[in-house]
Design a protein around this ligand. Sequence first.
Ligand code: ASP
Length: 326
Amino acid sequence: MSNRRNFIKGGVLGAIGASIFPKLSIAKMDKTNPNSDNGFPMVISTWRHGMPANEEAMEVLQGGGKAIDAVEAGVRIPEADPESMSVGLGGLPDREGKVTLDACIMDETGNCGSVSFLQHIKHPISVARLVMDNTPHVMLSGSGALQFALENGFKKENLLTEKAEKRWREWLKESEYKPVINVENHDTIGLLALDKKGDISGACTTSGLSWKMHGRVGDSPVIGAGMFVDNEVGGACATGVGEAVLKTLGSFLVVELMRQGATPQEACEEAIARIVKNQNYKDMQIGYLAINKKGEHGAYAVHPWFNYALYQGGENQMIDSLSYLK
Ligand code: ASP
């Protein structure tokens, strides 16, 4: 009994109390008609590189396009931008100087595709989309993912820019591995979109943590960790130290909390609370974004300075996230 009391006191689930029980949660589920609100179309994405990504995605949505096409088009912008040093071309390499990419995509029907540990391909998100559309699988990895990309007309490129190589050579001098909180301020892009019909899709793409071990795969290509969408409920995506997100299957958790009645904000806060409870959170940044079917959104991070781009009501703007540490 006391365990249960502590659990309920401990987080957002306290506020929504009995909704942790499946039978009650079904009764409490929000049955809002998405067309009753003018909060969409909307696009939300992580960090400042989300601004141009949102612009691109919104153009697709305004033209009556589907959320799945919008999210792919949106994140291709930072993937192709060499100045965005944590995504696609120009991404910082692993400790061996290799740029290895992770990405995933999910549509309103629950279809999804992903690639991990992919090298030499500038647009991993579009390879993930093809995995979703044209294969019986969800995830392709490493040389198999590269082979699949090449067979489907993607071009092999050198993704290590001079600038990124210089940073890597600097790092090699000390070779000390420690993810630096917010220092780049333009990490993984996770992007969620709600289209005119009220359907939700998401995409997530990254070069992962710089100076990671060769072969390391983070949260971003793992459906339910880096990103998750359930069109009955909403969507969520993550950025930051992927290991912490993987250990808690963060994006799936956020969506399931919303299913049980939490607002997007409450759900993000509870997902961060799970990390704070069990992990050495002081040294790492993790940020979540979430949206629901009404076009409401939430954002929460461990440390201050996580920010995101929100395009809604005709305005695309940067917003500072709330955080656990002030
Ligand atoms: N979540 C990404 C990873 O762990 C990194 C990031 O968002 O910066 O690979």
